[in-house]
Design a binder for this molecule. Structure first.
Ligand code: GCU
Ligand code: CA
Length: 645
């Protein structure tokens, strides 16, 4: 996401002295979505409707749905309120509860709302678009709780909504339910605050066509059943503190054709969460991928187990997936740590084409574990449907290995299938790239749990593939380490085997250099305004520390950087901003303001280091580069200045 090199017109402008191109090389980890989620449901002054007052028994056998429904209806009639399912008690719910707008369903700690096998739930509605997605995705009425076109609703409390082992994981018969919470076209949903969804059948929660969803501390415990939470064709979502154990997909973003339209997806933040999946994918895009997906940030997520992908992303039905960022994620026992695939299934109404995947970043990701493996893979389609602009920074993967030597030709592929096993055994153990352009690995590595006869990396039919400070373990009988097959512009710089030896490269296509390395100037060696300190209390900085200025406007750090020749350079400033406000700075070169109020947005945490790139004019020889806070928060914590050669 580094801005492109300044074009010639820009050079002219630079001569005029004022060109500034600004870009964020990495967006903040978990800053608020672009259009913030609507205020979550506020019912603090609204009345409480205790289901016991409406006749609920909570004795584990009487059907309490009629009482819960009366409480929901009463709250709704009053303009909104909280329906309380009080502790202690197990409230058997044998019919579908029809949720209403401006109602909060609060299940208190020690209370359980429990499903039943009486086959008395609402029957599934008919859907003319049934053929485009699985049965469970096409029918919404047959759930423990259902609602369509609701606004400002919430499911909260420290208690449990439990399918009770009665919900169906396959295709339900009429009267059977296959999900706990089923919502279409909602606006303003809050889900969590200690709530647990247990044994959810096909889906613990299924939302489709919603907007403005917030979830904090939601637990889903459905490893005995099927999916955790499916978030379909939904925008403006913030999930924090989720703990999801699923059998199939744990947390998944999809876009199907169940509502009869291709709908947009995006502006999603997920952080500080735990995900595990038994059979399938932990954190997934697809397979249903009709509408486009953009602006996703995932940070601080632990993934334990998934027999398909840990971080999976497929575009099967025409979706353009872009601007997705993963950071600070650890994975253990995943069969395919990272997969991206473009397929040509086109299972979507409205004549879908073939989709695309672009502008995806992975920062600070580790995967270990000895599960059977599908090599980490980026698989694009030909023509305009290649994978574009994907960067891996500090991505360290240990894969099982254990394969013999094999041919290095392109493996088989079923373009209608999204599973990692739809592509034959990859001829590389570490990374296999196919039909991909603009792929960069920096400070990353692949290692083997057991010896393997394949190269570490093969890129096939690709362009601009860079490996900088890449470490690869050598497979004992591997013919070479890094294979480039018909790759235009590949480079391997400052990269080594795990024992420090040179990597053996085999290539057809053309090499490039990885870009002149340039020079890093650490902030701790720069001048700074009075009151600044060199600190070390937030890990992840470069060099021996970072500069923490006083939190006042006018605080500054000033570097002295050399340039071999005069001209524009895109410099990178490494920083963190763990506050919730922007910390804008003016940038002056040799005393002349060249960029005013450059934004240094929140990074989510003081340990979440980012870079901001700015193109500035430099003179030959020494230049002073000063960054001065223009707002009362002072400078962000500043780590370094990188100046290209
Ligand atoms: C915190 C943080 C500092 C930071 C400061 C600030 O105190 O630990 O590293 O500089 O906030 O707001 O600037
Ligand atoms: Ca400070």
């Amino acid at each position: 996401m580094t801005p492109p090199r300044a074009p010639r017109r820009a050079l002219l402008l630079a001569c005029l002295g004022f060109l500034v191109a600004l870009g964020l090389s990495h967006p903040p980890a978990v800053a608020a979505p672009a259009s913030p989620a609507a205020a979550s449901t506020v019912h603090s002054t609204a009345a409480v409707y205790d289901v016991r007052s409406y006749g609920a028994k909570g004795d584990g056998s009487a059907n309490d749905t009629p009482a819960v429904q009366k409480a929901v209806d009463a709250a709704s009639a009053a303009g909104g309120g909280t329906v309380l399912v009080p502790a202690p008690g197990t409230y058997k719910s044998k019919n579908t509860i029809h949720m209403k707008s401006r109602v909060t369903l609060q299940v208190d700690k020690g209370a359980t709302l429990q499903g039943s096998d009486a086959d008395t739930y609402d029957p599934p509605e008919s859907n003319p678009n049934d053929k485009y997605q699985d049965y469970g995705h096409s029918h919404f009425h047959n759930a423990m709780i259902y609602g369509d076109r609701l606004t400002d609703i919430a499911f909260t409390g420290g208690g449990v909504i439990d399918g009770g082992g009665s919900l169906i994981t396959g295709n339900p018969k009429s009267g059977e339910a296959d999900k706990i919470i089923s919502l279409t076209r909602c606006d303003g949903l809050r889900l969590g605050d200690g709530l647990t969804l247990r044994r959810g059948g096909h889906f613990a929660a299924l939302v489709n066509g919603c907007a403005n969803v917030t979830s904090d501390h939601l637990t889903i415990d459905t490893a005995s059943d099927r999916d955790g939470w499916n978030i379909i064709s939904t925008t403006n979502v913030t999930v924090t503190g989720a703990h999801i154990k699923a059998n199939d997909d744990a947390l998944v973003f999809k876009s199907d054709y169940a509502l009869g339209a291709k709908l947009p997806n995006g502006h999603v933040r997920v952080s500080d969460s735990y995900l595990s999946a038994v059979c399938c994918n932990a954190l997934m895009f697809g397979s249903e991928t009709c509408g486009d997906f953009t602006d996703y940030q995932f940070a601080r997520i632990r993934i334990e187990g998934s027999n398909k992908s840990g971080l999976g992303m497929v575009s099967m039905d025409g979706a353009k997936i872009s601007d997705v960022h993963y950071r600070d994620i650890t994975m253990t026992d995943v069969h395919a740590p990272i997969t991206q695939k473009i397929g040509t299934r086109k299972r979507c109404g409205n004549d879908p084409g073939v989709g695309s995947i672009s502008d995806i970043t992975y920062d600070n990701i580790t995967a270990t574990g000895s599960s059977p493996s599908y090599s980490p893979t980026l698989w694009g389609e030909a023509g305009a449907h290649r994978i574009r602009n994907v960067t891996f920074t500090h991505v360290d993967l240990t894969v099982p290995g254990g394969n013999g030597t094999m041919g290095t030709g392109v493996p088989s592929n079923d373009p209608n299938n999204y599973n990692p096993n739809s592509i034959g055994t990859r001829p590389a153990y570490g990374w296999y790239l196919h039909n991909a352009d603009g792929i960069a690995f920096t400070d990353s590595s692949v290692r083997l749990a057991a010896d393997d006869g394949r190269p570490a990396v093969i890129a096939n039919s690709a362009s601009s593939v860079k490996f900088t400070r890449f470490t690869a373990q050598r497979g004992g009988n591997a013919p070479y380490d890094m294979g480039f097959q018909t790759v235009t512009g590949y480079c391997v710089a400052d990269s080594h085997t795990t024992s420090g030896g040179a990597l053996r490269t085999s290539g057809t296509g053309s090499t490039s250099d990885c870009g002149a390395p340039g020079t890093r100037y650490e902030a701790e060696n720069a001048a700074s305004s009075a009151g600044s300190t060199v600190d070390t209390d937030h890990r992840g900085y470069s060099g021996t520390g970072f500069v923490n200025t006083s939190n006042v406007s006018g605080s500054y750090v000033e570097w002295t950087a050399d340039a071999a020749s005069a001209g524009p350079r895109t410099i990178s400033l490494g920083y963190t901003n763990g506050s919730t406000a922007d910390r804008p700075m003016d940038i002056a070169v040799n005393g002349t303001l060249v960029a005013a109020h450059v934004s240094f947005p929140p990074t989510g945490d003081w340990t979440a280091w980012r870079t901001v790139d700015v193109t500035v004019p430099l003179t030959a020889g020494a230049n002073t580069i000063r960054t001065t806070a223009t707002a009362s928060g002072g400078c962000p914590n500043l780590d370094y200045l990188d100046v290209p050669a």
